[in-house]
Design a binder for this molecule. Structure first.
Ligand code: FAD
Ligand code: NAI
Length: 470
């Protein structure tokens, strides 16, 4: 395999953090090798995360619309059917096309790609067990750990990826389960629960905490939960799963109130375990190197993404911060900019978060609860999509924009959007926050009509003054 000559940069892991770091390093003129064990680039995100889940969310949404909404728009079919293998094939095509695309980008940018499992021999040498059965040693002046994360397990509920699945199994079920129980009302649970619920599964979400998506702005969360309940998703909050009987045809989960109490049984054909993800560093032999980690197993880095071991860096899901693909990418770029002697920067306070359900929920900056806790005097501006002409025109008007701004200066502190395509709309707010804009700055910008984006403008007007359309 290539890459045995001295590199300027060696990246372990070819996910969004690692492959972006490798490409950027090569673009900055650094000799770069990327090591990936999976045999395909793109990491969790492209292979078993962001991309396949968004493919299935889109396909299942189309089916659901065709079945439940098209007729009211005057579009009628004799019947609508699901062809699950075709749906899965479309998802697989999207994934394989994109992974090959990254291989092409590696070639274009002259990044050496080594397929295999990397393990540190020293701070400048990585031994790779290649997937063709060989071994090679890759040397580099700087080594970036971008090994990502893995599914967090739940004691008593052992994942077999058939009946008890992680997100990976939930992206590849061969049949639509009659009863799907989701453990954990976080991002994965609600996205994958939406996919199978739309295709006909009866979905019950069991959540330990008193609320779904505990990090979300409480007011938006309330509306979001109501929207999901309208789609027939059931929630059992403040409830823990203590075990699962797999002996029969039907799985039997034992539930208990979070605070303790009487146990009950919940039946399921398929159980999705989505209680979070944990950093993945198995087999790297970081202990021998003496790389510092926290109690959660995350690698500790400074603002240059450097670990305590000179020449060794870490980025993405394996370090503290939001476990998001775009955050991993930003880490990767900033890290190699530092290595190349430039300055990089990632502002973790301005990383947008999106849940790709329908409606989507997108946010950036602080929630109202966080602003209150800071003791800042603030204003809230809200605008419902029910008063947005485009949303009414397309009959998809469930949602709200909520803006939080500092009272004295009008500086925007947080923006929360629930709406169709909220994940696209949020970027206007991300830019506003990044430039320390005031709500009046957004309000005085001319927005095209009729667009969903006008709801953001009106919410901004409502923050420092009054909106027009409500
Ligand atoms: P990863 O993508 O995990 O990549 C790490 C890579 O390193 C892996 O390919 C692994 O095989 C490789 N590796 C590990 N150890 C070694 C080794 N020793 N040697 C060689 N290679 C190694 N985020 C979003 O922003 N938007 C979304 O919509 C979204 N949807 C998601 C849906 C699901 C179902 C899941 C599970 C996650 C989702 N995420 C989403 C999160 C996102 O996938 C991660 O935040 C992102 O992939 C992290 O990137 P990374 O490069 O740090 O790690
Ligand atoms: P999560 O952290 O979002 O949610 C886990 C949920 O499980 C929490 O609500 C938690 O309270 C609950 N929980 C924990 N232990 C439990 C238990 N024993 N019983 C019941 N509930 C329990 O984690 P999730 O959904 O697994 O996602 C993992 C990561 O992947 C997230 O960090 C997320 O950032 C990322 N991701 C991002 C997506 C996006 O950006 N759209 C999509 C999917 C995943």
């Amino acid at each position: 395999a290539g890459g045995s000559d001295d590199n300027d940069v060696v990246v372990i892991g070819g996910g969004p953090g690692g492959y972006v770091a490798a490409i950027k390093a090569a673009q900055l003129g650094l000799k770069t090798t990327c090591i990936e064990k999976r045999g395909a680039l793109g990491g969790t995100c492209l292979n078993v995360g962001c991309i396949p889940s968004k493919a299935l969310l889109h396909s299942s949404h189309m089916y659901h619309e065709a079945k439940h909404s098209f007729a009211s728009h005057g579009v009628k079919f004799p019947s609508v059917e699901i062809d699950l293998p075709a749906m899965m094939a479309q998802k697989d095509k999207a994934v394989s096309g994109l992974t090959k695309g990254i291989e092409g980008l590696f070639k274009k940018n002259k990044v050496t790609y080594v397929k295999g499992y990397g393990k540190f021999l020293s701070p400048s040498e990585v031994s790779v067990d290649t997937i063709d059965g060989g071994n090679t040693v890759v040397k580099g002046k700087n080594i970036i750990i971008a090994t990502g994360s893995d599914v967090k397990s739940l004691p008593g509920v052992t994942i077999d990826e058939k009946r008890i699945v992680s997100s990976t199994g939930a992206l590849a079920l061969s049949e639509i389960p009659k009863k799907l129980v989701v453990i954990g009302a976080g991002v994965i649970g609600l996205e994958m629960g939406s996919v199978w619920g739309r295709l006909g599964s009866e979905v019950t979400v069991v959540e330990f905490a008193p609320d779904i998506v505990p990090s979300m702005d409480a007011e938006v969360r309330k509306q979001f939960q109501r929207a999901l309940e309208k789609q027939k998703m059931k929630f059992m909050l403040k409830t823990k799963v203590v075990g699962c009987d797999t002996s029969g045809d039907v799985l039997k989960l034992t539930l208990e109130p979070a605070a303790g109490g009487n146990q009950t049984i919940l039946e399921a054909d398929v159980v999705l375990v989505s209680v979070g993800r944990v950093p993945f560093t198995a087999g790297l032999e970081l202990d021998k190197l003496g790389v510092e980690m926290d109690k959660a197993g995350r690698i500790l880095v400074n603002e240059r993404f450097a670990t305590n071991v000179p020449g060794v860096y870490a980025i993405g899901d394996v370090i503290p911060g939001p476990m998001l693909a775009h955050k991993a990418e930003e880490d990767g770029v900033a890290c190699v900019e530092f290595i190349a002697g430039k300055v990089g920067h990632v502002d973790y306070d301005k990383v947008p978060g999106v849940i790709y359900t329908h409606p989507e929920v997108a946010s950036v900056g602080k929630t109202e609860e966080e602003v209150k806790a800071l003791g800042v005097t603030y204003r809230v501006g809200k605008f419902p999509f029910l008063a947005n002409s485009r949303a009414k025109a397309i009959d998809d008007a469930e949602g709200i924009v909520k803006i939080l701004a500092e009272k004295e200066t009008d500086k925007i502190l947080g923006v929360h959007i629930m709406s169709p395509n909220a994940g696209e709309l949020i970027h206007e707010a991300v830019i506003a926050l990044s430039y320390d804009a005031a709500s009046e700055d957004i309000a005085r910008v001319c927005h095209a009509h009729p667009t969903m984006s006008e709801a953001l403008k009106e919410a901004a007007m409502a923050t420092y003054d009054k909106p027009i359309h409500i």
